[in-house]
Write a protein that binds this ligand. Structure first.
Ligand code: TYC
Length: 106
């Protein structure tokens, strides 16, 4: 017969192995890509307006993209990520900049 201590150990094991009943929805990374033509100020403006980042955060992410080739701007639900990518691409096209923004499952 199990002691109280053993019962507790079994509970812990069960809790670690059992899946949560409510599956979390998949999340998506929004990535910003570097290019040689889009002005730095335009990119920081996009990051402030569309991603609600501070001026300092926007400059930091823009410079990361400029130096490394790309950066994750944020992680969102599929719908929000899709909307933000479309907003970036629309503004880039309207202003005739080749800026590219994509999303990828986390
Ligand atoms: N590389 C661009 C320049 O030198 C700046 C830039 C940064 C462009 C980030 C795109 O996602 C980008 N003007």
């Amino acid at each position: 017969m199990m002691s109280g201590k053993d019962d507790h150990a079994d509970d812990t094991e069960l809790a670690l192995k059992t899946r949560p009943k409510t599956a979390r929805p998949p999340m998506y990374k929004v990535l910003l890509l570097n290019d040689d033509y889009t002005p730095m100020e335009f990119v920081t403006h996009i990051l402030e307006r569309i991603f609600s980042l501070s001026a300092a955060q926007s400059v930091e992410i823009m410079l990361t993209v400029h130096k490394k080739g790309l950066a994750v701007v944020g992680v969102f639900s599929h719908e929000v990520a899709e909307t933000k990518v479309a907003q970036v691409m629309d503004l880039a096209r309207q202003n005739q900049h080749p800026l590219q923004c994509t999303m990828e499952k986390e």
